[in-house]
Design a protein around this ligand. Structure first.
Ligand SMILES: NC(=O)c1ccc[n+]([C@@H]2O[C@H](COP(=O)([O-])OP(=O)(O)OC[C@H]3O[C@@H](n4cnc5c(N)ncnc54)[C@H](OP(=O)(O)O)[C@@H]3O)[C@@H](O)[C@H]2O)c1
Length: 351
């Protein structure tokens, strides 16, 4: 029997106009938002809010009382897995948690919940919300590598017209391998195909994705990687994906191949990446994610000339909060109608 109404509590910041938009889209929810108890957002997508924000003891008590009265949580307190665990233990009526990150499975893993709790509560992520800006970063990374951006910048710094002109690679007609065909990979596939690239992708399942000419099993990566001019990684960080782009895969890459990583830093063996950048096997790498984060100031990747580092910022856009609110409203309707939710967390592999 589907629910009639839902008590939703915002544990993380959400602007008033988006609360109104969610309520307009799904009036069957009671969306409890006490702005005085939530840290102000410093920019769109600032789900943890201003770290300077402090609640008085009385405010903290009221905040926890509210959060612990939810049937549904919008975000988790402070974006901290330990706080998720606290509220799960305090609130036996909690039914569903909408996590803010696309890789929100890691928050659930970090909460170390029991099998019973994992079975009782549903968790959903924002996978797909960041696909737009991240797919643009993937195109940027490939083009920066294909058009030798570091070399151009160096000539410009030197006021050097570059006597010997050189051939630039074309994205049109190139072969690109998308490691990961979720929301990000699928949208990137369409954009790359529109630019004339021949796109292949990896999946463990038998999937058909627009713009993808061939689907390859991830087990075949080391054997097949040498066929591609570009490799784009958009995998979540799980124990299963850790080091999937390992030394063997990188050593077998096509000489000069461009690597882009927007998934999680743990997926790529970074020591092997530095080695292959120096050997020229990887011609250029555009990394929005590294391991660890922040990347330590002394890490050799910072000084590699053919590396573009983006401090995990490529996904952020002015649309993020609006897209999350829309996804959440859709999911509320699905929940109330007893339908399948969008983006359920896989609670075996936690992504
Ligand atoms: N840079 C950023 O700021 C940023 C922003 C958003 C997301 N991300 C990262 O990007 C990840 C993907 O985002 P998304 O929106 O594309 O998520 P998604 O739609 O959930 O897609 C995840 C994909 O990863 C595949 N996968 C998971 N485990 C795998 C494994 N062990 N081996 C091979 N493939 C595996 C899944 O394949 P199956 O279909 O077989 O399960 C699925 O296609 C997120 O989990 C997050 O970590 C980063």
């Amino acid at each position: 029997m589907p629910n009639e109404r839902l008590r939703v509590v915002a544990a993380t910041p959400i602007p008033d106009e988006l609360v109104a938009a969610v309520l307009a889209a799904e009036p069957r929810i009671d969306f409890v938002v006490d702005q005085s108890l939530l840290p102000p957002m410093r920019h769109p997508g600032d789900h943890a809010g201003d770290p300077e924000f402090r609640r008085s003891d009385e405010q903290q008590r009221r905040y926890e009382e509210l959060v612990d009265s939810a049937q549904v949580l919008y975000g988790i307190p402070g974006e901290r897995p330990s706080e998720l665990r606290r509220t799960v233990e305090a609130n036996p009526a909690l039914e569903w948690v909408q996590l803010m990150p696309a890789g929100g499975g890691a928050q659930v893993r970090g909460a170390h919940l029991t099998e019973e709790q994992l079975g009782r509560i549903r968790f959903t992520t924002t996978a797909g919300v960041h696909a737009g800006p991240l797919s643009e970063f993937c195109v940027l990374g490939l083009l920066a590598g294909f058009k030798s951006l570091p070399r151009l910048e160096e000539h410009q710094r030197q006021h050097d017209w570059a006597d010997g002109r050189w051939i630039m690679k074309r994205l049109d007609g190139s072969r690109v391998l998308l490691v990961g065909l979720g929301g990000i990979g699928s949208l990137t596939a369409r954009k790359l195909a529109a630019l004339g690239a021949h796109v292949s992708g990896t999946s463990r399942r038998d999937v058909a994705v627009d713009g993808v000419e061939e689907v390859i099993h991830p087990d075949a990566l080391a054997d097949r990687v040498g066929e591609f001019d570009g490799i784009v990684v958009s995998l979540p960080g799980t124990p299963e994906t850790e080091g999937l782009i390992n030394a063997a895969v990188l050593a077998n890459a096509k000489p000069g191949a461009v690597l882009v990583n927007v998934g999680r830093g743990t997926v790529v063996d970074q020591d092997a990446l530095v080695e292959q950048l120096r050997a020229g096997r990887i011609g250029f790498a555009a990394l929005d994610v590294t391991t660890p984060e922040p990347l330590p100031a002394e890490h050799p990747l910072w000084d590699e000339p053919n590396v573009l580092i983006s401090p995990h910022t490529a996904a952020l856009s002015d649309l993020e909060d609006e897209l999350i609110a829309k996804l959440f409203a859709d999911n509320c309707t699905r929940y109330l109608d007893g339908r399948e939710l969008i983006n359920p967390v896989n609670t075996r592999e936690f992504y």
